[in-house]
Design a protein around this ligand. Structure first.
Ligand code: GTP
Length: 624
C-alpha cells in the first residue's frame, strides 16, 4: 500500500504563496502609486499656484505700468517729478523690479529709477541688434504691451523687460510714438520674492525658458524622476515655464508607511495562511500515513495470529506425536553425538530397561558404555555404514538397570543439522524374534521324520568341519549307514511301520554319539550318515560297533530279513582333511565301503582302504 505523493499539494501551496505574495506586492504597489499620484498632484498644485502667483504678480505690474502709460498717453508726457512719483510707487509695490525706465522715441534711455544699481544702463540705447528690438518694434506698432525673452542685462545678470509703448497726441490729434515705459525685471530677485513663501526643503524650483533653466533653486534630496512643469503665460510670451521637483523630505512628509505596513501584513498573513495550510496538509498526510500503518499493523497482527495459531497447532501436534511415541513399544531416542545430550526419548527407551528418564539421560551422557557396551565402536560403525550406504540395523546388547543384558535391534540414522550431528535411533527388544529365527534355523536343518539333521545340514557341517580339521590337522571319519532290506520291511509291514523304524534307528544313532562335534544325519531315504570329527579309524569302528549293538538290542522284527530282525550295513572311511582339498572323496569312499557291506551280506561294517579300493574289497566288520 503506497502513500499518496505530497508533491502536488506542496506545489499548489507554493503557487498559492506565490500568488498571495504577488497580490501583496501589487497591493503595496497600488498604494505606493496612489501616494505618488497624490504627491504629483501636490507638486503640480504647488507648481500651478506658484505659476499663477508669478503671473498675477507680473500682471499687477503690467497694470501699474499700463496705468502710468494711460496717464502718459492721455495727459501727455509726464513731468519728471510726477513720473518719479508714479515709478517709485510701482517700485515699492513690487520689489522684484530691477528698474522702471523710460526710453524715448529714439530708443535712448531718458529716465531711470532707481539709479542705484542701474548705473550701467544710464546711457543704454535699444539698438537694432539688440535681441529685444523686434519685440519692441512690435509693441510700438501694435500699441500693446510686450513681454521680452530673457537677455543679459547691462547691469549684470539675466532679466527681461515689459515693453509698454507710450504715445503723445500731436497738434493734429495724431498719435505720436514717445518711446517705451520699460519695467525691467531681474530673474533672481523675481524668483526669490516668488519663492519666499515656499518651503525650501520640499521642492527644487526651476524657471525654464524654452526648456533651458533660467533660474534654479536646488533643495537637498530632490527626486528628478518626478518633475511637475507648468507653462507660464506672461502676456504674449509663452516661452517660460516653471518646474517643481519634489524632495525626499516632502515625500516622507506626504507618504504614509501604509504600503509597507500593508505589504508586511499581507505577506505575513500569506505566509501564515500557507503555513497553516501546509500544517493542515501535513497533519492530513500524517493521519493518512497513520491509517495506512494501522491497516498494515492490523494485517500484520492477523498474519501473526494465523502464524501463532499454526505454530500452536503444530506444537500441539508435535506434542501429540511425542506423546504417541510413548505408546510405542519400540524405543525412540535422538541425541547429540558430541555432547550425548538427549533431544527426545520415548517412554519405552528407558522404561523397558528399568530406568527412570533422568537416570537414562545421565547414563547416556556420562557413561554410555555402561548403558550400551561398545557404544563408541557402534557409533563409528553407524557412521561408516551410513557413509557406505550399508544397512544401518545393528544387533546390540543393552544393559538393564539390574545389570542384565537385553538384546536390541537398533536402527540408526545420523543427521547433520546446523553443524551438529544427531543420531536418531529406533531400538527394539527382539529376543522373541531371535529365538524364532533360531528355531526356524534349527528346523531348516532337521529332518522332519527322524529329528536328525537333514542332508543339507550334513553338507554344510561336513564342509565346515572339514575346513576346521584341515586347519588343526585332525582326521575325520564318516559312517554311511543303510537299513537292510528296508523295502521288504515296508512291503511287509507298511510305510508307517517303516517310518517308525526310521525314527528308532535315528534314536539309536543319536545315542551312539558321545563327543561334541559328532553329528548324525538322515542322508536320504533309509540311509543315514555320521560325521565323527577328530576321530580316526578306531573311534569310527567303535561307533559303528555300538550302532550295530544297539540296533541288535532293539531286536526289531523284520519279516523280510534273513535274521528276522532289523539290521544295518555301515560303510566307514577315514580321511585327513589336511591332505585333501574337498570332503567329496570321503563321501565316495564311505559309499564304496557301504556298497561292500551290502554285497558282503549286510549287517556288517566295511572299512574303506586304498588297497581294497583298487580291488574293491573293503575290510569287513560284522554286525552284532
Ligand atoms: N517307510 C519308509 N520307507 C522308506 C523311506 N525312505 C525310503 N524308504 C524305502 O526304503 C526302501 C529302500 O529299498 P532299497 O533301496 O531297494 O533297499 P533295501 O530294500 O533296503 O535293500 P538293501 O538296501 O539292499 O538291503 C524303499 O522301498 C523305499 O521306499 C521312508 O522315509 N519311510
Amino acid at each position: 500500500m503506497r502513500a499518496r505523493s505530497v508533491w502536488p499539494a506542496r506545489l499548489a501551496l507554493a503557487l498559492l504563496l506565490l500568488v498571495l505574495c504577488s497580490a501583496s506586492l501589487m497591493l503595496a504597489r497600488l498604494l505606493e502609486n496612489d501616494q505618488h499620484k497624490r504627491l504629483e498632484e501636490h507638486v503640480g498644485y504647488q507648481a500651478r499656484t506658484l505659476a499663477r502667483q508669478l503671473e498675477n504678480n507680473l500682471s499687477i505690474e503690467v497694470e501699474s505700468l499700463e496705468r502710468i502709460a494711460r496717464l502718459w498717453n492721455n495727459l501727455g508726457r509726464l513731468q519728471q517729478a510726477a513720473w518719479e512719483h508714479e515709478a517709485n510707487m510701482a517700485l515699492q509695490g513690487f520689489p522684484a523690479y530691477q528698474s522702471i525706465q523710460w526710453v524715448g522715441a529714439d530708443l535712448r534711455m531718458r529716465w531711470l529709477l532707481p539709479l542705484a544699481g542701474n548705473e550701467a544702463a544710464q546711457n543704454f540705447r535699444l539698438s537694432a541688434e539688440h535681441p529685444n528690438y523686434p519685440l519692441a518694434m512690435q509693441a510700438r506698432n501694435t500699441g500693446e504691451q510686450r513681454f521680452s525673452n530673457s537677455f543679459q542685462l547691462v547691469q549684470g545678470g539675466r532679466g527681461f523687460v515689459l515693453y509698454t509703448p507710450l504715445f503723445l497726441k500731436d497738434a493734429q490729434g495724431q498719435r505720436q510714438f514717445d518711446g517705451f515705459l520699460q519695467g525691467v525685471f531681474r530673474v533672481e530677485p523675481l524668483m526669490t520674492q516668488l519663492l519666499d513663501s515656499l518651503d525650501s526643503d520640499e521642492f527644487s524650483v526651476q524657471l525654464l525658458e524654452n526648456d533651458h533653466p533660467l533660474y534654479s533653486r536646488q533643495a537637498p534630496g530632490s527626486l528628478p524622476q518626478m518633475p511637475q512643469r507648468v507653462a507660464l503665460q506672461l502676456l504674449n510670451n509663452r516661452t517660460f515655464s516653471l518646474q517643481l521637483i519634489p524632495t525626499q523630505a516632502l515625500l516622507q512628509r506626504l507618504n504614509s508607511p501604509l504600503p509597507q505596513v500593508v505589504l508586511g501584513a499581507s505577506l505575513a498573513i500569506s505566509l501564515l495562511l500557507v503555513a497553516a495550510l501546509a500544517l493542515a496538509l501535513e497533519n492530513a498526510r500524517r493521519a493518512e500515513a497513520l491509517q495506512v500503518s494501522n491497516r498494515l499493523l492490523k494485517i500484520e497482527a492477523t498474519r501473526r495470529e494465523a502464524v501463532e495459531r499454526r505454530l500452536r497447532d503444530s506444537r500441539e501436534r508435535l506434542q501429540l506425536v511425542l506423546d504417541l511415541t510413548d505408546s510405542c513399544q519400540d524405543s525412540l531416542f535422538i541425541f547429540d553425538t558430541a555432547s550425548r545430550e538427549l533431544l527426545h526419548m520415548n517412554q519405552a527407551t528407558y522404561a523397558s530397561l528399568g530406568y527412570r528418564a533422568e537416570h537414562f539421560a545421565q547414563l547416556l551422557r556420562n557413561d554410555p558404555e555402561q548403558l550400551l557396551p561398545g557404544f563408541h565402536a557402534w557409533l563409528q560403525q553407524a557412521r561408516s555404514a551410513q557413509q557406505d550406504n550399508q544397512p544401518r540395523i545393528f544387533q546390540r546388547e543393552m544393559r538393564r538397570r539390574d545389570g542384565s543384558s537385553q538384546a536390541a535391534e537398533i536402527n540408526t540414522q545420523l543427521v547433520q543439522l546446523h553443524e551438529r550431528e544427531y543420531l536418531i535411533a529406533v531400538s527394539r527388544d527382539n529376543r522373541e524374534r531371535l529365538a524364532l529365527e533360531a528355531r526356524l534355523q534349527r528346523l531348516s536343518q532337521l529332518d522332519g521324520l527322524t529329528g536328525l539333521y537333514n542332508r543339507r545340514f550334513f553338507d554344510q557341517q561336513l564342509q565346515a568341519e572339514w575346513r576346521r580339521l584341515r586347519r588343526i590337522g585332525a582326521p575325520m571319519t564318516l559312517l554311511m549307514i543303510d537299513i537292510d532290506h528296508f523295502k521288504a520291511y515296508n512291503d511287509a509291514l507298511g510305510h508307517l511301520a517303516g517310518d517308525d523304524v526310521l525314527r528308532k534307528v535315528a534314536t539309536v544313532l543319536q545315542e551312539c554319539l558321545q563327543r561334541e562335534g559328532d553329528v548324525a544325519c538322515r542322508y536320504g531315504g533309509e540311509e543315514f550318515s555320521i560325521i565323527l570329527t577328530s576321530t580316526g579309524l578306531d573311534g569310527g569302528e567303535h561307533v559303528a560297533a555300538r550302532v550295530h549293538e544297539l540296533i541288535a538290542n532293539l531286536a526289531i522284527p523284520h519279516p523280510g530279513s534273513p535274521q528276522q530282525y532289523l539290521t544295518l550295513s555301515i560303510g566307514l572311511a577315514v580321511a585327513q582333511p589336511a591332505n585333501e582339498e574337498h570332503p567329496g572323496s570321503l563321501i565316495a569312499r564311505s559309499d564304496q565301503a557301504l556298497y561292500q557291506a551290502k554285497h558282503g551280506g549286510r549287517n556288517q561294517t566295511r572299512i574303506w582302504s586304498a588297497a581294497q579300493a583298487s580291488g574293491y574289497s573293503p575290510s569287513e566288520s560284522p554286525g552284532a
